[in-house]
Write a protein that binds this ligand. Structure first.
Ligand SMILES: Cc1ncc(COP(=O)(O)O)c(C=O)c1O
Length: 381
């Protein structure tokens, strides 16, 4: 049983996807054009954002968002120590320095108290911090209320890495706000395994700021405005027309898929909590979570590798997101972080395991995962 089965979606949408792709092929319009514009408009409406700009990947969404904010050498960006590499890579590629802060062990998200503590303890460096870059890990929003307050007090931007959280929300003020639309700018990935996934790479930048949106659009085409006139140095960060067409087919189903993911997660929660496994802790309530991944924390004394092998022997695929926290990646050794510096991120990296979850996961298969996990914990614990 795979961690996720992308073919399950094809059973439902295969003909519509093929028709949409064929329409692009026949249109002769392959770069930006009507397919990208239509998806951007639909995505902006869906998320409640003023601007949605299709880009080549989630990685490039982060890169171009930080570029549009003018972040570069000499600047710092505070982010979580526990995420996919692209979060930190985007900061470092611009010559800025990532500042890694520990996570809240319940949500696995950037801990605002840690951000405050770092800023208080480093007044000189704090003056060079240009943005906070929280990640909505596994499909649940980071504490945007607290992080927003810190950012506002310092006059810096919040850049949301919402790569894993398309359709997630957070109740802020009197309404639920969509992940990605709360900060100055939000970044999504349409990598095929995401909650809303393309049939290849893709990403999206959303913002309510007209000037920022205009800069992202310009940077997406090498900084040209108009064509061949470059006031900015950008790159080729365009969303492919074929991806846009496929995503437009899938977008109307995103909310239903998120609900199906929540139902699978609720079943896991009920069955796994009695096993001593720490199930995901939705800080805003499960209704706001989209469960891009279902990640459990194993009981102390359970060897993760042996448990994963036990499950693999029964045909059940699992994954470790992420075995090495960002501050301990070899490429960031020059930043001087040592093992033990950010203990919650390190604990999460060593004791968590992702289980199969996708909207169409049949209850009978899920029961096999639950039974094998129960047996495995007994066997290797
Ligand atoms: C948290 C996070 N940020 C950024 C990315 C990068 O997205 P992409 O793979 O589309 O470049 C991903 C996904 O892969 C991610 O999970």
């Amino acid at each position: 049983m795979p961690l996720l089965d992308l073919r399950a979606q094809l059973a439902e949408l295969g003909p519509a996807l093929e028709a949409a792709v064929l329409e692009v092929v026949r249109s002769g319009s392959y770069i930006l054009g009507p397919a990208v514009a239509a998806f951007e408009a639909a995505a902006a409406r869906h998320l409640g954002a003023r601007h949605a700009i299709g880009v080549s990947s989630g990685t490039d969404a982060l890169l171009v968002a930080l570029m549009a904010l003018g972040i570069g050498p000499g600047d710092r960006v505070i982010t979580t120590a526990y995420s996919f590499f692209a979060t930190a890579g985007a900061i470092a590629r611009l010559g800025a320095a990532p500042v890694f802060v520990d996570i809240d062990p319940r949500s696995y998200n950037l801990d605002p108290r840690g951000v405050d503590a770092w800023l208080d303890a480093h007044p000189a460096e704090a003056a060079t911090v240009r943005a906070l870059l929280p990640v909505h890990l596994y499909g649940q929003c980071a504490d945007l209320a607290a992080l927003g307050a810190i950012a506002r007090a310092r006059g810096i931007a919040v850049v949301e890495d919402a790569a894993q959280a398309f359709g997630a929300t957070a109740p802020l003020g009197d309404r639920a706000r969509a992940a990605g639309t709360v900060g100055a700018v939000g970044c999504f990935s349409f990598f095929p395994s995401k909650v809303l996934g393309g049939i290849g790479d893709g990403g999206l930048v959303v913002t309510d700021d007209d000037a920022l949106a205009a800069r992202v659009r310009t940077l997406r085409v090498h900084g040209a405005q108009p064509k061949h006139h470059h006031a900015l140095i950008g790159g080729n960060f365009r969303l492919d027309a074929i991806q846009a067409a496929a995503l437009a087919v899938k977008l109307p189903h995103a909310a239903r898929w998120a609900a199906a993911r929540r139902a699978v997660a609720a079943r896991y929660d009920a069955a796994l909590a009695p096993l001593g496994v720490t199930v995901p802790q939705p800080s805003w309530g499960a209704a706001h979570h989209v469960y891009a991944q279902y990640v459990v924390r194993l009981p102390a004394g359970v060897d993760r590798d042996r448990l994963a092998a036990h499950l693999a022997a029964r045909g059940i695929e699992t994954a470790v997101f992420y075995p090495v926290p960002l501050h301990l990646q070899a490429c960031f050794a020059h930043l001087g972080y040592r093992a033990g510096a950010l203990p919650e991120a390190e604990r999460a990296a060593s004791a968590t395991l992702a289980l199969p979850l996708y909207p169409e996961l049949p209850p009978a298969l899920q029961d096999r995962v639950i039974a094998a996990l129960a047996e495995g914990i007994d066997a290797v614990g």
